[in-house]
Design a protein around this ligand. Sequence first.
Ligand code: FES
Length: 146
Amino acid sequence: MKPDRFASKSEDAGSTMRQEETMAQKYLIHIGNSGEDYSCDAELNLLRGMEVLGRRGIPVGCRGGGCGVCKVAIHSGSFEARKMSRDCVSAEEEASGVVLACRVFPRGEMSLTVVGKMVKALERGMEKTGTPDGAPAVRSPASPAS
Ligand code: FES
């Protein structure tokens, strides 16, 4: 059986190579509230990329763009945003760079600040512990136990 990477059409081979390059690409993400940096795979949204590393700098809610808990303001960097609920992010907010971390995929190094409804709890947790670990979050079964 012939592996995909040896596709006979040169167009297909180019497409496969671009896909492999994208899959391997990671970008540095800086969270202003906590001063944390993490490396996010381009294939993962900002929230999932943080979670797979066991980090908690961005509050985690529904993970599907419906609750607004992961709302962040992007200060710099390029990204690809999927459709977001207008109940969570208004058109004006989106135009100014406010997005849902669970709906955004990095396309370059990014700097952001958490601005969602859990931001006060996040910052209170950081005041007490010096890390965002004191902040509330919903853990998925795949998340590492603490
Ligand atoms: S986690 Fe609910 S909108 Fe992102």
